[in-house]
Design a protein around this ligand. Structure first.
Ligand code: GLN
Length: 454
């Protein structure tokens, strides 16, 4: 009830939610009854959870921020949602996002932007700005997000929250409306590292419904966070800093906060080691070929027949109806990427564009492998600037894309990355995050280190 009251109080200004679950209170009361009847329930039973609208749900519409899916009800729950419900978590509602998770500001939502609770004139990050804003505004204790190039970590950075992108294959993508299947990963957003770890424990692990799901037995991430909280893990920890990351692209307050975090790590016994990742800087360029290519293919299913919006064209052919429905149903950014992706995959261009981008991807993976031979984690600022103003970059796709320079390489390499708050920037008083990156499958290490620094 407290969370529903808070939503009623502030969401008119923040607009984190696209849909609030009318059954949330009943579900919570049901948990109370089961607990009173002596049923053994998990640690998170009864805790409300906000869910990014990219994740399909049977009892609430799932739009992925698009008009083309307005009102769409899924016949099944995403695996992560089913697991959350089974653990007794209460779906609180669906959160706003850039259309089909394309963006860094939530301004590309077909349902209007979300506002950053720290300053309502500023963006909450994207694409999962709704989830991060809901958590930052105390409308939800934690939330689910998805991260293809930074959509969990960059919103966490600009809202002073924690956001984790797990190892690729560590969390099921079944029922996550696909943006770029080789990059997408679902993960938690929360106010503390431990909260993200607790949620990750619930949603993670093998899922036979996702062909890319890892069969690994994962350790308890909550145990790792609790262990990390003592701070001892920092003694002797080797933290890599990327030599080639240009200082120039970063806002002064972001760089200053990053340096202060490194000094704090050092003061607690960590060793800062320079590592080389010469291909890191080509991440954004490779990503904006790979992502549109995969997205154009994934979005082909929105054909006005199988899903969502259908606009009739009197006297028109099936082709006319499809074309018109996609014209009306998709926003500008989605169309831009479908056109880019279709072009990049065209006969004759495949090797020059998609093929080259895949080679760059391999080089980035090798950079990470080489760097991790000498360090336990790599640290970067989570994003180059603090929350920018609504409207500032929305008409400049290149500026928007550059927001993800430090997060995108992590998705390209399939490794885990976490953003945790590292303070406020001196010049504008807005939140800044530090990102830690670990080798694939070492998600627990990020919770340990994150909790220690927190
Ligand atoms: N901002 C990036 C993009 O626009 C990342 C999106 C994401 O992680 N879903 O593609």
């Amino acid at each position: 009830q407290a969370h529903l009251d808070r939503i009623a109080d502030v969401d008119g200004d923040v607009h984190a939610f696209l849909h609030v679950n009318a059954q949330a209170l009943d579900a919570a009361q049901d948990i109370d009854r089961r607990r009173a009847a002596g049923e053994e329930l998990g640690e998170l039973a009864g805790v409300p959870l906000a869910i990014k609208d990219v994740l399909v749900t049977t009892d609430m519409p799932s739009t992925s921020g698009s008009k083309i899916l307005e009102g769409f009800l899924s016949p099944y729950d995403a695996t992560v949602v089913a697991r959350a419900r089974a653990a007794g978590l209460i779906p609180l509602g669906k959160t706003n996002m850039d259309e089909f998770a394309m963006g860094s500001s939530t301004e590309h939502s077909a349902y209007g932007p979300t506002h950053n609770p720290w300053d309502l004139d500023r963006i909450p990050g994207g694409s999962g700005g709704g989830s991060a804003a809901a958590v930052a505004a105390f409308e939800a204790p934690f939330a689910l997000g998805s991260d293809t190039g930074g959509s969990i970590r960059q919103p966490a950075h600009v809202t002073g929250t924690v956001g984790m992108k797990p190892t690729y294959g560590g969390v099921s993508r079944f029922g996550a409306i696909a943006l770029a299947s080789s990059l997408d990963q679902v993960g938690p957003v929360s106010r503390t590292v431990l909260d993200s770890a607790l949620l990750h424990d619930v949603i993670g692990g093998h899922d036979p419904n996702d062909a890319t799901s890892l069969a690994d037995a994962w350790p308890s991430f909550a145990a790792a966070a609790r262990e990390g909280a003592t701070g001892e893990v920092l003694t002797g920890l080797k933290v890599g800093v990327i030599r080639e990351l240009p200082d120039s692209g970063f806002q002064a307050g972001v760089s200053a906060s990053f340096r202060a975090s490194l000094a704090l790590l050092e003061a607690h016994g960590a060793e800062i080691v320079e590592v080389s990742a010469p291909h890191f800087e080509y991440g954004v360029a490779a990503y904006y070929l790979i992502l549109p290519a995969e997205a154009s293919s994934n979005l082909a299913k929105f054909d006005s027949v199988r899903f969502g919006l259908r606009v009739d064209v009197p006297g028109g052919t099936v082709e006319d109806v499809m074309a018109r429905s996609r014209e009306v149903g998709f926003g500008d950014e989605v169309k831009r990427r479908i056109i880019l992706g279709t072009y990049a995959l065209s006969a004759g261009y495949y090797d020059a564009y998609y093929g080259s981008a895949q080679k760059v991807r391999t080089l980035i993976q090798r950079d990470f492998d080489a760097a991790f031979a000498g360090v336990d984690v790599i640290a970067t600022p989570s994003a180059p600037t603090t929350a920018f103003r609504l409207g500032e970059k929305v008409d400049d796709p290149l500026q928007m894309y550059l927001n993800d320079v430090t997060t995108i390489p992590v998705n390209l390499a399939g490794v885990p990355g976490i953003s945790i708050p590292s303070g406020l920037a001196e010049e504008d008083g807005l939140p800044v995050g530090i990102q830690f990156i670990a080798p694939a499958r070492q998600d627990a290490r990020l919770y340990r280190v994150g909790a220690a620094l927190e």
